[in-house]
Design a protein around this ligand. Structure first.
Ligand code: MOS
Length: 743
């Protein structure tokens, strides 16, 4: 595969990441790689209780510790303001409480002090000498305790149509089952970090961020200064999965401390506090009630979800977001409630709502199909919605039946023996499971600037980010496609608020949002070029600008062509520039992506070993812009889905709310040894031109949705055990093991 793609072939091809070499050689600067002159280092003191107050601080020993510059806490911290936390205004934060706002403690691992010293080691050593006296209250440690102690609050994203309750009772077949999912912690490789420097009343902050523009807006509100006095830079991040969408307290603490001591401050969030103070996917409890007629057609569907939130903010995990529209059902209710617990504020984690929601929905669909005596694939085919019944809109493009059928074919679903435990290979029992996947397609407002330069290069800027997904590369492909410039001549700069405003790298909307803006800016630059060419001094001085064509770097008029570089050079001009501002999607259609996962598990009952041995997924995400990075996104999401299915859970001590496996050793994520030998991703590649000119709907999140259910359904097929509580730890399969028959 060539890395030098020119012209119209650029979109849809699979060039390698243009930032890849810098990243693997260590040349790409991450937030904590910045050590400005005279920088000081902060280290937090974190609460060791989950609920109560700080009654007193003993700072004497810490103050005398080597290199200490200052120690901040609730009685020694500048007066700041809260951000209104509005995404529309561009200042969203998930935890609205400011660090050191008062002496209250809402969760274990909350900042209670910040030591600043001349080196990282000195700051950390001194932080450990800070004595904290707490007045501790009984912590609300989990969802059950929250509901028991003070019930629930109503959430958003609820929906009701028809009469779900009335059509449940007399139905031919029905199920009423409850699923739970644990807290998951994002655990990106790169730790959260801020490096803040002030020059007068101007702040520059390097941050590991999925959203520099939102952070700039939030800091402006918090410090009460104009946004243009704040520069947030995040050119490279070691992933985020949602944890880095919105600014967390450490960035406020670092910025305030830097201003107070008159020196830059670097603050890295320790791995343990990435389990407490930078968000997590909340715990959920989801009751599913489904009913069908005698033919297995859904007549009633209720999805009621409760998730944990913090005492400072309400975060709603919209588990029923997909349930509203994936299946056709006239009588349907989706409701979300929250319950407050002593944990930090939750946040979006890859496919928020849909990932835990589709564990429940797609497990329940499997249970419902078996109850109704229908093959789970056939059940879905019979019940998939033709249009979005929740919005009363047509889908812009929906190929879920083809996705399901193609994946089924490739996987060999039709050879499955449906009897539980019936498929054996030596001492292993094989299980086949499937699930649908689904994610909303979104497109936001965006600006971008493109310069076509006289040296034959292009320079593109946009204040969005590349979080490892390939944004740099697909933007270069877009400019290459429109200008004919080879990709290596195109410089893309992202992750800096001094560039034109771009979107957060989230919601799977970066591609659909940024590419139209970059294309519009490129076209404007080309228009400017044509203007120069047809001006008095130009090569086509007599021609009308719109009679010129531009292709592969050549301006052509009446069969005569001139290289655009010569047009600029001829007039001693540096560049032709375009700046564009594009809008979000309209609401003419329901824009969604679709797909299906097929999973083979192998269970060895003798040693209760479970492994996922094969995955085939077919995904309909509209047009694929870069076949390599798109496939990587789905593969990565499948791996993360396997983590959700049988490894990941942040566990809390029920007595005191303390996260107990808050480290990379005991919070288990899938590693190489856990990968299925075969992961086959089919990308359907039907352009969704109702959505945007590129037909791309975005691909970052959909791959994780449905994965845990596909695994759970395969586990049921192999073992006869229906695991409704994630993760599917092997020990949950150890009871009542059916006798292994010799082959
Ligand atoms: Mo994604 S959870 O919007 O980073």
């Amino acid at each position: 595969m060539s890395d030098s793609i020119i012209g119209a072939g650029a979109i849809g091809s699979g060039p390698k990441r243009i930032d890849g070499q810098r990243k693997v050689t260590g040349a790409a600067p991450y937030a904590a790689d910045h050590h400005p002159d005279n920088v000081a280092y902060g280290y937090g003191v974190f609460s060791t209780i989950a609920s109560g107050t700080v009654a007193g601080l003993d700072l004497d020993a810490a103050r005398q510790s080597p290199g200490v510059i200052d120690i901040f806490h609730h009685e020694h911290f500048p007066e700041l303001h809260r951000s209104p936390s509005s995404m529309a205004q561009g200042n969203k934060v998930e935890e609205t409480r400011l660090p050191f706002e008062d002496n209250k403690v809402y969760y274990e691992g909350q900042f209670v002090a910040l030591v600043v010293a001349d080196t990282f080691e000195n700051a950390r050593a001194a932080a450990r000498k800070v004595g904290v006296n707490y007045k501790s209250d009984q912590a609300i440690a989990n969802l059950d305790q929250g509901v028991t102690a003070h019930g629930t609050q109503k959430g958003q994203g609820n929906h009701e149509r028809g009469d779900a309750a009335g059509n449940f009772d007399g139905a031919a077949h029905s199920i009423d089952v409850t699923y739970t999912t644990p807290v998951e912690t994002h655990n990106p490789m790169e730790m959260h970090a801020s490096v803040a420097s002030w020059e007068g009343d101007r702040l520059t902050i390097f941050e590991s961020s999925q959203g520099v523009v939102q952070q700039q807006g939030a800091l402006a509100k918090i410090f009460g200064i104009p946004p243009e006095h704040i520069r947030v830079e995040s050119p490279f991040i070691g992933s985020g999965f949602g944890a880095k969408l919105w600014m967390w307290p450490h960035a406020v603490a670092a910025s305030a401390a830097a201003r107070e001591i008159g020196r830059p401050v670097q603050l890295v969030v320790p791995r343990q506090q990435m389990f407490t103070t930078t968000g997590h996917r909340p715990e959920t409890c989801q009751r599913m009630r489904l009913a069908t007629d005698e033919n297995g057609k859904l007549v009633s569907l209720r999805h009621e979800s409760i998730n944990t939130t913090s005492f400072t903010d309400q975060y709603v995990e919209t588990c029923g977001s997909v349930t509203k529209s994936l299946y056709s059902c006239p009588n349907l209710t989706v409701s979300h409630e929250t319950t407050q617990v002593n944990r930090g504020t939750p946040t979006s984690m890859r496919a928020p709502g849909a990932a835990p929601g589709l564990f429940a929905l797609e497990s329940a669909i499997d249970e419902m199909a078996l109850e109704a005596g229908v093959d789970p694939l056939e059940f879905r085919m019979n019940n998939y919605a033709e249009r979005d019944e929740s919005l009363d809109l047509d889908f812009s493009s929906n190929h879920i039946r083809e996705a399901t059928e193609r994946a089924a074919e490739k996987f060999g679903w039709h050879d499955r023996n449906p009897d539980v435990g019936s498929m054996r290979d030596g001492h292993e029992i094989i299980g086949y499971g499937m699930a649908a996947c689904n994610w909303e397609a979104l497109k936001r407002e965006c600006e971008a600037r493109v310069s076509l330069r006289a040296d034959g290069t292009a320079y593109v800027t946009c204040a969005t980010q590349d979080i490892g997904t390939g944004t740099y590369t697909i933007i270069a492909q877009t400019v290459s496609d429109l200008t004919g410039l080879p990709i290596e001549k195109i410089t893309v700069r992202l992750g800096d608020t001094s560039y034109p405003k771009g979107p957060i790298s989230g919601g799977s909307w970066t591609t659909a949002t940024t590419l139209p803006a970059v294309a519009a800016a490129t076209r404007k630059a080309i228009e400017e070029l044509k203007g120069y060419a047809t001006s008095g001094k130009g090569d086509f001085a007599d021609a009308a600008s719109d009679s010129l064509t531009f292709e592969n770097g050549q301006l052509t008029h009446d069969g005569q062509s001139v290289d655009y570089v010569d047009v600029l050079k001829g007039q001693k001009l540096a560049s032709a520039d375009g700046h564009a501002h594009t809008q979000g999607a309209d609401s003419q259609y329901s824009y969604r992506s679709f797909g299906a996962h097929f999973v083979e598990v192998r269970w060895d009952p003798g040693i209760s070993n479970l492994r996922v041995s094969r995955v085939v997924s077919a995904i309909d995400v509209g047009r694929v812009i870069n076949s390599m990075t798109a496939r990587n996104q789905v593969e990565g999401a499948i791996v993360m889905g396997l983590g959700m299915a049988h490894f990941e859970a942040t566990e809390y001590d029920a007595r005191n709310g303390r996260p107990v496996n808050n480290n990379y050793a005991e919070y288990v994520v899938p590693v190489h040894a856990d990968q299925p030998p075969e992961v086959d991703v089919i990308l359907l590649d039907y352009p969704d031109l109702e959505f945007n000119e590129f037909g791309a709907r975005g691909i970052g999140e959909i791959g994780i949705t449905g994965m845990a259910a596909a695994v759970a359904n395969a586990v049921y097929h192999a073992t006869g055990k229906r695991i409704r509580d994630l993760p599917i730890f092997k020990e949950k399969l150890m009871e009542n093991i059916p006798a292994v028959q010799s082959a």
